[in-house]
Ligand binder design. Structure first.
Ligand code: ARG
Length: 456
């Protein structure tokens, strides 16, 4: 019995089904990878004698001319094709006749799409690594310019202990260095050639997978043809690396937003990276930083979408896997866009050292240093901690700072206090005495800057 929805004529898909099935609107961006992959495939077919060398050369020349014509704009990609692979093959046959039909020997779109995607991601990951290094360089340069600018370090968003701005910035350099490492390490797994897996079960032709892989700059070939066409781990890993990076950019953005508020006033973002309000004339809004924070959500979404798509898929290729591309392309675009805005935004921001210092001078961020002073005089830390807390309470009651509390008041708490207490609670001294590895003292900051530079 005919289905209720059967409206098509025999052998033809419904127009709506065609559109639904089509991926060319988004996979056309892989045309370069697709054509380069096909050129290597043709070369392999010729070299192994599966087709003649002359035929291989004809195919390669034809593919080359298609690439040139798309690049120059002389050839438009036909959006009525199902996907980019179909388009290139169709165009090739249009140009070459029957010989064009030989290209798809010993190959399937299943290994072809895996190949193209790996090549596309390989290019994008290298680009992201390059952009990340630029951002790290800019942040580290800002750190170098602000090696002695004191501000409060925060925990629970409460003023905690004195640090220098370089110290805070370098924390982001370290995070982004790890991101760079993650992307670099992922290349080892991306750069494995699936071509030659064919539909899933390899082929009866005597192909040379290693030759084809090497031509395309892959370091190895995948060892199992079913895995070759089913594996999208490298896409998930890419999205996971992007998510981690975006999380870092988002945390940084959040701080830029806080710091540029009137309440903090620690930085001023350049006019080039802020916007005004349509109603409030006084506003200078950190829209770019907010958007980076906001776009983090969509990249997490891309990761979750692909994980969910892959969950429960039987081996080998299933059309569900076509859904991988919009997620990874969205993440590619978003990450590139965010990095390209973040770098100049950091480079051009003004640091308000005076406001940072002002914030550091209130909030008793040198209270730990007071306790450490008493420890140096022989008191056990826990007792010193308690006494320092009582002194802070006294200061608050009297409207004093640890820097201004009279020595007689100090001495009413303990005879261990003498004139040198003022030296101990001096903010500059508090920072310069934090000589522990990774801390904010000048020598430690310089070490951290050297470390970042050596890792770039
Ligand atoms: N457009 C498809 C994709 O992106 C290409 C592979 C199609 N293979 C197939 N047997 N239908 O996944």
């Amino acid at each position: 019995m005919a289905k209720m929805w059967a409206g098509r004529t025999a052998g033809e898909t419904d127009k709506l089904a065609d559109d639904f099935n089509s991926s060319i609107s988004f996979d056309s961006r892989m045309y370069r990878q697709d054509i380069r992959g096909s050129m290597a495939h043709a070369a392999m077919l010729g070299r192994t004698g599966i087709i003649s060398e002359t035929e291989a050369d004809t195919l390669i020349d034809g593919l080359e001319s298609i690439l040139k014509d798309i690049d120059s704009g002389a050839l438009d990609i036909d959006m009525s094709c199902e996907d980019i692979h179909m388009f290139v093959e169709q165009e090739l046959t249009k140009r070459l006749g029957d010989v064009g039909k030989k290209l798809h020997t010993a190959r399937s779109r299943n290994d072809q799409v895996a190949l193209d995607t790996r090549m596309y991601l390989r290019d994008t990951v290298n680009e992201i690594i390059h952009m990340l290094k630029e951002l790290i360089t800019v942040i580290t340069e800002k750190a170098r310019e602000n090696k002695t600018v004191i501000l409060p370090g925060y925990t629970h968003l409460q003023r905690a202990q004195p640090i220098v701005f370089a110290h805070h910035l370098l924390a982001y350099s370290m995070m982004l260095l790890r991101d760079t490492e993650r992307f670099t390490e992922s290349l080892r797994r991306i750069n494995v050639s699936p071509i030659g897996s064919c539909a899933l079960a390899g082929t009866t032709y005597a192909t040379d997978r290693a030759f084809e892989a090497e031509r395309l700059g892959f370091t190895s070939v995948c060892q199992n043809s079913i895995d070759g066409v089913s594996d999208r781990d490298f896409c998930v890993e890419f999205l996971s690396d992007c998510s981690m990076l975006m999380m870092h950019l988002s945390r940084f953005s959040e701080e830029l937003i806080l710091w540029s508020s009137w309440e903090f006033g620690f930085i001023e973002l350049s006019d080039s990276y802020t916007t005004g309000s349509s109603i409030m004339p006084q506003k200078k809004n950190p829209d770019m930083a907010e958007l980076i924070r906001g776009k983090t959500g969509r990249v997490y979404g891309d990761l979750m979408a692909l994980l969910t798509t892959l969950k429960g898929l039987p081996l080998a290729y299933n059309k569900d896997m076509q859904e991988d591309k919009e997620s990874i392309f969205d993440a590619c675009d978003t990450v590139r866009l965010c990095l390209s805005v973040m770098t100049p935004m950091i480079k051009t921001m003004k640091v308000r050292a005076d406001n940072m210092k002002k914030a550091a001078s209130a909030g008793f961020i040198n209270a730990t240093d007071l306790a450490d002073y008493l420890v140096r005089k022989g008191l056990p830390f826990r007792s010193a901690y308690k006494l320092s807390g009582q002194i802070v309470a006294k200061c608050i009651a009297d409207g004093q700072l640890l820097e201004t509390l009279p020595l007689s008041d100090y001495q009413s708490f303990s005879p261990l206090f003498s004139e040198d207490v003022y030296d101990a609670v001096d903010l500059e001294n508090c920072v310069s005495r934090r000589i522990s590895e990774g801390g904010p003292s000048i020598s430690s900051i310089e070490k951290q800057i050297d470390y970042v530079k050596s890792r770039l």
